[in-house]
Design a binder for this molecule. Sequence first.
Ligand code: HEC
Length: 376
Amino acid sequence: MNPHSLPFFLVSLSLTVLSYANNLQRGQEVYSQICVTCHGPNLDGGIGPSLVDAYWKHGDTSEAIMRSISKGIVGTEMIAYEYVYSEEDRQAVTDFILDKQEGNRQTLRSFYARDYFKGKRFSPELFDSVESISQEILPENFLYTKRMFDGVLRGQSKLFIKQAGKYRFNVGGGGRTSIWVNGEEMHYTNDQEKKNTHFNKDFHLEKGVYDLEVLHEEPTSFSMRFYARLQRIEGGTWMLTGKSLEGNTPKIVRPGTEAKVVRKWIEGLPPRTLLVLLPNQVMVAYDIASGQVLKAWKSALVNQTPSLDSRSQNESVAKGQEISGAQQTVLQGKEFSLKSYESAGDSLFISTLVDGVQKRIKVSPDGSDSFSISVQ
Ligand code: HEC
């Protein structure tokens, strides 16, 4: 490099870094002005979906996220923000969202016929010279196939790393698998070949975005038994394979015109708590094992996690404003056993055996932001 150009080079480099940081800061400002009310303080969802999990209904590329924000999603609460924020601000909040991603994103899955690959060592270049049978961008970022799939799979995605450290892949289930990060093969197994040809590297990753390729073929075509995950050696794993999330998008349970019960695991509450969601948006957490109201919220809803491996590890979340002083003992006794619960209009009846005696309690809305509970 010409020595005279060096100072200029250094200045321009630090300017780029600085403006990107400014951009993220602006993105955060925009996010906390308005997006936070629906997508949550940690971007993990509320009225709107999580923006940090692996599922992206409308696409997770920079362009797709920018489009969701600019044009909105017709018929939903997600309005078109191109009338609210400048293009710069929308790009800043897009960058801010992208900066929060972790694991597999922007997954493109391609299938190929087997014949071409017979006896050939897998590599990304090998796939570049053959036509695929099908190609699909997966909204869920997990590699999967249909049952009875008969072919070869290529999964290409962006790997978002937030924490620098040592990583490795965990792969199992048979067949042959080759995994590449930024053009370097990190994992190779082939159950038709001797074990000494297999390898599984430990490798270092900095915070950043990497190209990931998973190339896989199984001897049996019945279904994919194969699994692959990325492991951070100091802690944390990201599934790369899984079930399709199709028809399994997260559900938000809101109050209806009748009282209803939500049975979901909520952090900090015993697993057998009944969550009674009343039509006035008040939710009461009643512990059937102790006869007590543990908590209550107004303006409540439950953000349910779908029953999908990588998501169901996350508990569902009760959202709303906690009502203070809601905790109370409704029934006293030693042994509780739930008999039934039943909704009747805006109230809910719960029948319990307490020390062998049948009790019935009624939970009802009280005004616009409270509830009443009584033993019948
Ligand atoms: C009034 C509530 C609300 C606000 C405010 C809101 N959103 Fe949304 N957003 C939604 C809902 C609901 C959806 C899901 C729409 C659907 O697909 O059914 C959504 C979807 C999205 C998606 C697409 C997610 C996917 O899975 O593809 C992005 C990206 C997004 N919002 C970003 C933002 C940003 C950035 C802001 C702030 C500028 C914002 N939203 C403000 C409710 C909101």
